[in-house]
Design a protein around this ligand. Structure first.
Ligand code: AMP
Ligand code: ZN
Length: 114
């Protein structure tokens, strides 16, 4: 999608610190990290948010989640764990309208969210 910052990151038009990419997804470090480990996993396809997940594209979401947990382990989160977050729309705190999984780790995180 023309004006989407994460589509541009996936296409390489905007620089990012890439951790992983293949033909259907890319993972890169968050520009404003909220924890010692903070990266995002996104589909290359422009899916706006998790409300657009259905029976057809849910296998892709599953693969995104598996990659998120694999990368979290590679980045040292296996023993103590991490948080896997998908913000959605206004009340969910979503600021970029391209589906992304946040992975935050490396420190204890509070709950509930504010
Ligand atoms: P959300 O608020 O769930 O939509 O998360 C969007 C995330 O994207 C935020 O944590 C931002 O810090 C991050 N972000 C925004 N622009 C960039 C960028 N150019 N490179 C990396 N991360 C970004
Ligand atoms: Zn997009």
């Amino acid at each position: 999608m023309a004006d989407c910052i994460f589509c541009k990151i996936a296409e390489g038009g905007i620089p990012s610190k890439k951790i992983y990419e293949d033909d259907e997804m890319t993972a890169f470090y968050d520009a404003f990290p909220q924890a010692p480990v903070h990266f995002l996993v996104i589909p290359r396809k422009h899916i706006r948010n998790i409300m657009e997940i259905d029976a057809e594209n849910s296998p892709l979401l599953g693969r995104l989640l598996v990659k998120a947990q694999e990368l979290s382990k590679e980045l040292g989160c296996e023993e103590k764990g991490a948080r896997f977050v998908v913000n959605c729309k206004e009340h969910g705190g979503q600021t970029v309208d391209h589906l992304h999984i946040h992975v935050l780790g490396g420190r204890p995180l509070g709950w509930p969210p504010g």
